[in-house]
Every structure is written in structure tokens, then in C-alpha cells.
Ligand binder design. Structure first.
Ligand SMILES: [Fe+2]
Length: 418
């Protein structure tokens, strides 16, 4: 049967309770809560044939950016298609099913086009909105990162439990477009609605980073730290931002202390951002001549297990750093060969790999060696002229790997002459 949620969106579900539960999962997802998985599992047990439950399981599997989880997403999508073809699913649910299929094919651009199509008709579809922001972020489309939310925001009631989060998403889009004053205003307003909303807190943290307001950044993050008890691993990214402020103050002792207590990833972490935070922080410290001791060893051991992943090139490039830092030539070669093979395939990330990421990885490898001898694979990469040319090109195109301006800095700084 069709059941409407609190915003009038229809769901094919067994009961009103299933749709209420789905709204709870959506709020947990948008709010980056620890209990997202538990809530979704409970819903799956309560209403295993609810199409949007299956779709969300598929989406969340894709968001893990791990090959094993992506295989699960493909299986979930097949089950979902059976339900969509033989049940009484509504058009919005069918569009979500098509978006998951596109994502599973590696076609993130088609997936985001479908989410935007959903939003044009249903601007209060929080799942489509959050996933569209994810996809715009990882294809480097900052204008749409902002405008996608800008279009939807007027349709959200201020008393809706997820309103502050949508406002925080808008703040982040504004910040990435360089509108720091408006971003700060929106982000502060969102955090005032709900200080536990880590995404809104994060948007303001980015404003302080980009405007070099280091003292205010430290105060902002520390003053809200007590509100993160229910936030998932994303809270470690906020500590990464705090560490960047200390780095700007050249307080490297504080950076290393934060690294050891809050940024160093657990070996069994399933969240790729944990490793990206860590590798980015140590690499920046080394660029500043700071001795990071044996901290790379732990990261290199984790990175080698991901050397053949093909999910997000942004993540592969971060996994490359510990292998370069520990001079693991075989590991580096595996990463480069994977990127080279990936760049020959179809797909949104494969295209970014071909256009930018492969060259960036080769250039980082060549720079680490301190020569223009390149990566050892491919051609035309054996001279200082090649290296200088690539450095200049990559300064302009690095944004295409996805991620934020603050995150790009690790690569931009690496491309500068030292
Ligand atoms: Fe960030």
C-alpha cells in the first residue's frame, strides 16, 4: 500500500510504522548519527519488501566505497528491481531504483541526474538531496553542490527535524563556492537549531579554514565537541579540521597529539574518510619538515589492502600517500597500475582517473623520489620538463578528483616546488 510520510511523500510499505521508521533512518543519515545501521536493520526486519528500504541498503553500501560493499549493492539492486517490476511501487521509488543501478554501473553522473530529477518534483526527498550533495562533492561540481540545496531549501519547513541539516548542506555548498559570509551565517543558524548537527558545524569549520581565522576555528570546534557523542566517525574529520588550525599556528605538538588521540584510524575502520584524514595530516606535517616518527607504518599496512579498489579516486590518492612515505615501491606500483587500468574503463570515476588522478599519482610518485624519473609506468614521464608541465596542469585540474578545497590542499601543496 502507499503511505505518506510527514512531508507528503508516498512510500510503498507494509504499514505507517515502516514509513515512520524510514523517516528516522533518514534523519539519522542526514545527521551523521552512530545508529544509522541499527535503525536500517530494524526497518529491514520489520518491512523487508519495502522498496525504499532495499534501495537505502544499496545506497548505504555504495557509500562505504569498498569493493565488498559495492558487490552487496549490486545484489540489493537486483532484488529491488524485482520488487519494482512486480509490485506497486510509485514513480519516485522507481527513479531511486534507476539511480542505484546507474551508481552500480559506475555512472555517478547519471545517478545524480536522476536524484536531481526526483528533487525537481519532490524537493523534500531528503535521501535524494543528501546523495546529490555527495555526488556533486565527489565529481567536483561546487556550483551544483550549492544550487541543488538552494533549490530545495524553500520547500522545507523550519520545524521539520531535518531542516537544520538541509540548511547546513546549503552552508557547505556556499562555502565551497567561496561565499564565506553567507556560508557562516547559514552554518551558524543551522548549528543553533541543533548543535549536534555535525555537518553544519563542519561547514562553519571550513569557513574558518579558508579565511585563515584559526583562533576562531579552534574555539568553534572545541566549544561544540561535547555535542558529538552520538555522531558517527565523521566526528574524527572535525578533529582533522581542528588539527589543521593548529598546523597553521605551527603548533605541531598539538597536531601530533590530536593525530594520536582522534585522527589515527582504527585498523578495522570501515569509513574511508578516517584514513584520508590521517594520511593527509601526516603528509602535510612532512611537507613542513615535521618528523612524524613511525606513524606511517600503520597507515601503509592499511593502504596496501586497498591498492586495487575502484570506488572513489579521491580515496585511492590518499591511500597512495603512506606507500610513498614508507618507500614501498611495489605497493606504489600496484596503486599506479590499478589507476592505469581503471582509466581505460567507462564510468564517472574512471574518467576522472584518466583525466587527472593517474597523472596526479604519477607526479606525486616522481616528486617523492626527488627526480623527474616518473612512476616507471606509462610513457612521456621521464623528464623534469614532463614533471614541471604536469605540476602546472594539475594545479588547475585537481578539483576534479572531488573533495573539498581544504582537502585538495594536500595535493596542491605537494605540487609546489619545495
Ligand atoms: Fe571537511
Amino acid at each position: 500500500m502507499q503511505v505518506k510520510n510527514s512531508q507528503g511523500l508516498e512510500f510503498t510499505a507494509a504499514s505507517d510504522a515502516s514509513v515512520s521508521q524510514f523517516e528516522g533512518v533518514t534523519t539519522a543519515y542526514m545527521g551523521l548519527r552512530r545508529d544509522i545501521g541499527q535503525r536500517l536493520e530494524a526497518l529491514s526486519k520489520a518491512d523487508p519488501e519495502m522498496p525504499m528500504t532495499l534501495c537505502l541498503q544499496g545506497y548505504f553500501s555504495r557509500l562505504m566505497a569498498s569493493p565488498r560493499a559495492s558487490e552487496r549493492a549490486i545484489k540489493l539492486s537486483a532484488r529491488l528491481q524485482q520488487l519494482l517490476q512486480h509490485g506497486d511501487a510509485n514513480p519516485r521509488e522507481k527513479m531511486h531504483g534507476s539511480a542505484l543501478e546507474s551508481w552500480n554501473r559506475g555512472d555517478m553522473l547519471s545517478a545524480v541526474r536522476i536524484w536531481e530529477q526526483i528533487l525537481s518534483e519532490y524537493p523534500c526527498d531528503g535521501i535524494a538531496l543528501r546523495l546529490a550533495q555527495f555526488a556533486h562533492f565527489y565529481v567536483g561540481d561546487t556550483a551544483e553542490l550549492r544550487d541543488s540545496v538552494k533549490r530545495a531549501l524553500p520547500h522545507w519547513a523550519e520545524d521539520h527535524p531535518d531542516y537544520h541539516n538541509v540548511l547546513g548542506m546549503y552552508a557547505f555548498g556556499l562555502e565551497e563556492c567561496g561565499d564565506y559570509a553567507e556560508a557562516e551565517k547559514a552554518g551558524r543558524a543551522a548549528a543553533l537549531f541543533n548543535p549536534e548537527d555535525a555537518w553544519s558545524v563542519h561547514a562553519v569549520a571550513h569557513v574558518f579554514e579558508m579565511t585563515h581565522r584559526v583562533d576562531e576555528g579552534i574555539e568553534w570546534v572545541q566549544s561544540l565537541e561535547a555535542d558529538w557523542t552520538e555522531v558517527n566517525n565523521f566526528r574524527f574529520h572535525l578533529y582533522w579540521h581542528l588539527a589543521l588550525y593548529y598546523m597553521a599556528q605551527e603548533n605541531y605538538e598539538a597536531v601530533l597529539s590530536l593525530y594520536d588521540t582522534h585522527v589515527k584510524p582504527a585498523e578495522d575502520t570501515l569509513f574511508y574518510l578516517d584514513t584520508c584524514n590521517a594520511t593527509s595530516l601526516l603528509w602535510r606535517l612532512e611537507l613542513r619538515g615535521v618528523d612524524v616518527g613511525n606513524r606511517w607504518e600503520h597507515l601503509a599496512a592499511m593502504a596496501i589492502g586497498h591498492s586495487e579498489d575502484r570506488e572513489l579516486v579521491f580515496v585511492n590518492l590518499h591511500y597512495l600517500l603512506p606507500l610513498l612515505a614508507t618507500n614501498d615501491r611495489d605497493g606504489v606500483q600496484r596503486v599506479l597500475l590499478n589507476l592505469e587500468d581503471w582509466s581505460c574503463l567507462d564510468g564517472t570515476q574512471a574518467t576522472v582517473c584518466r583525466d587527472v588522478a593517474l597523472d596526479l599519482a604519477k607526479t606525486l610518485a616522481a616528486l617523492r623520489r626527488g627526480t623527474g624519473t616518473g612512476s616507471g609506468i606509462g610513457s612521456g614521464n621521464g623528464s623534469h620538463a614532463w614533471l614541471d608541465n604536469k605540476r602546472a596542469q594539475l594545479q588547475q585540474s585537481v578539483y576534479r578528483i572531488g573533495g573539498s578545497h581544504a582537502q585538495h590542499k594536500v595535493f596542491l601543496e605537494s605540487l609546489l616546488p619545495h
